[in-house]
Design a protein around this ligand. Structure first.
Ligand code: PLP
Length: 219
C-alpha cells in the first residue's frame, strides 16, 4: 500500500481526540511530501540535523515535533522552528530550552518524558523527578515554554500485559497532574503509542500517537 493509503487507514481508525504524529526519521523528503499531500501536517523526527534539513526543504505550515533524546548543546538548532519537544527529561534541558526560546522570542511546548519501561536503555524521569520538576519554583518562572503533557515509551516486547501495565502507569501520572493549570503548565497531551502498540495505547488513554513504520514502511 502507498504512504497515502497507510496514512488514511490509520487516520480513519482514530478517535477524534487522538493526534497523529507521522514519524518520518530516516525517510526521504519525497516520502514526507507524499504524506503532506495526503493532508498530514505533523511530523516527528529524532535527529536535529535531519529535522532542520527537512524543515528547510518543506512547506512552512508543517508542525515539527522532536521525539528523540535531546542534548542541551543542540537545542539552539531547532528553537527557531520546533513546535513540540516530546523528550524533555531533565531540569537542565528545560532551562536551556527556555533560555534559548527567550533569546529567539519563541514559545516552545514540551512534554516531560517519563521512564516507564523495564529497559535501562530508555530515557526519562521517574515519578519523583517528575513531581520535583512540576513543583519547582524555577520551572514556574519560565516564561517561554509550556509543559503540555507527558510522553513515554513502553518496553520493546510482545508481552501485551507488560505494555499495558506501563501505559496505565503513565496514564495514572497524567491523571494525577492533568488538573494543573498555570501560566506555563497545562497538561492536555499524553504522547504514547507507536506502530506496534498505538491501539493499546489509545485504549489506555493516549491522546497523541507517534507512528512511523506503519505509515512509511520499515526503516
Ligand atoms: C521511531 C520512533 C517512533 C515510531 O516508531 P514506529 O515503530 O516506526 O512507529 C515513535 N516514538 C519514538 C520516540 C521513536 O523514536
Amino acid at each position: 500500500m502507498s504512504i497515502a493509503q497507510n496514512l488514511n487507514n490509520i487516520k480513519s481508525s482514530l478517535p477524534e481526540h487522538v493526534t497523529l504524529v507521522a514519524v518520518s526519521k530516516t525517510k526521504p523528503v519525497s516520502d514526507l511530501m507524499e504524506a503532506y499531500n495526503a493532508g498530514q501536517r505533523i511530523f516527528g523526527e529524532n535527529k536535529i540535523q535531519e529535522m532542520t534539513d527537512k524543515w528547510q526543504q518543506m512547506p512552512k505550515d508543517i508542525e515539527w515535533h522532536m521525539i528523540g533524546h535531546v542534548q542541551s548543546n543542540k537545542v539552539k538548532y531547532m528553537v527557531p522552528y520546533v513546535k513540540l519537544i516530546h523528550g524533555v527529561d531533565s531540569l537542565k534541558l528545560l532551562k536551556e530550552i527556555n533560555r534559548l526560546a527567550v533569546k529567539w522570542r519563541k514559545h516552545i511546548n514540551v512534554l516531560l518524558q517519563i521512564y516507564i519501561a523495564e529497559e535501562e536503555t530508555k530515557f526519562g524521569l521517574n515519578d519523583q523527578e517528575l513531581d520535583e520538576i512540576l513543583n519547582s519554583e524555577e520551572v514556574q518562572q519560565m516564561t517561554n515554554i509550556t509543559i503540555t503533557g507527558l510522553m513515554g515509551m513502553a518496553s520493546f516486547t510482545d508481552d501485551k500485559t507488560q505494555i499495558k501495565k506501563e501505559f496505565l502507569h503513565l496514564k495514572s501520572l497524567f491523571d494525577k497532574y492533568k488538573a494543573i493549570s498555570t501560566n506555563n503548565c497545562q497538561m492536555n497531551t499524553l504522547s504514547m503509542g507507536m506502530s506496534g502498540d498505538y491501539e493499546l495505547a489509545i485504549e489506555c488513554g493516549s491522546t497523541m500517537i507517534r507512528v512511523g513504520s506503519s505509515i512509511f514502511g520499515g526503516r
